[in-house]
Write a protein that binds this ligand. Sequence first.
Ligand code: 1HA
Length: 270
Amino acid sequence: INWETIKEFNEIRFEYYEGIGKITINRPHKRNAFTPLTVQEMIEAMTHCRYDDKIGVVVLTGEGTEAFCSGGDQSVRGHGGYVGNDGVPRLNVLDLQKLIRSIPKPVIAMVAGWAIGGGHVLHVVCDLTIAAENAKFGQTGPKVGSFDGGFGASYLARIVGQKKAREIWYLCDVYDANEALQMGLVNKVVPTEKLEETTVEWCKKILEKSPIALRMLKSAFNAELDGQAGIQELAGNATLLYYLSDEAKEGKNAFMEKRKPDFSKFPKFP
Ligand code: 1HA
């Protein structure tokens, strides 16, 4: 597959191929652990994917086959967060998680090797996960003095159930790809050498579908779980659709033409 670079970054790669935006954490020497800069770059790339009309689906992955992502880089963990070049401690991966959930396009985690700690949470918040046979999943928080009680706990529990989610967090065990498949934590397991090919096939199937239908579905799936913020997304999409109608345009046109709007010609559906 001929990926072309969209933009050069320091700690990620950001590439394009036929409607797909691919974001790759590029720190294989640290099992693709993220620093505040990695996360900032991922946020920038994800935001680009949101606004780029050519991109219909986003793939999130890690460089190499050893790891998808091993979470926050513990060597830059300071007093109150992960410390970047500005010396400020941050937990900015939480902003990235929200962005992955709210971008109105499907995001697919393509996982080879370790998806662990904050790296596990990243695949959890993606819409779909395709795992290589060598993938390994788990949380490490209570072992290394951390926890993600946000999406990392509550959304995980929605996926695998309360008992399993508590087991995952309390024991910090590692689960292989087939165990992950059995608990509904991933969508598909494929031989490691087929991982990218299969992911691109899935992307192509998605790219043939109606973008507004996908957008509505993503926000509808989120709405049930995300409270007012979820309803805001779904309702925002309803407003988008309403703005496309002649009825809504009559309201705007009347205002601009300084006349009373005439909504009488629009049907009042039963
Ligand atoms: O919980 C949160 C958050 C919660 C709320 C809000 C924000 C959060 C943000 C982040 C996080 C977290 O991510 S906490 C969890 C942090 N991650 C971990 O606990 C995983 C640590 N790593 C490991 O357990 C293992 O390295 C591994 C299972 C991923 C891989 O093991 P393996 O294949 O035996 O390789 P290993 O030799 O351990 O690692 C290769 C190199 O990568 C090592 O460096 P070297 O000795 O060669 O110099 C290793 O230190 C480094 N490395 C791996 N993971 C990390 C790392 N360095 C820094 N941070 C890492 N996470």
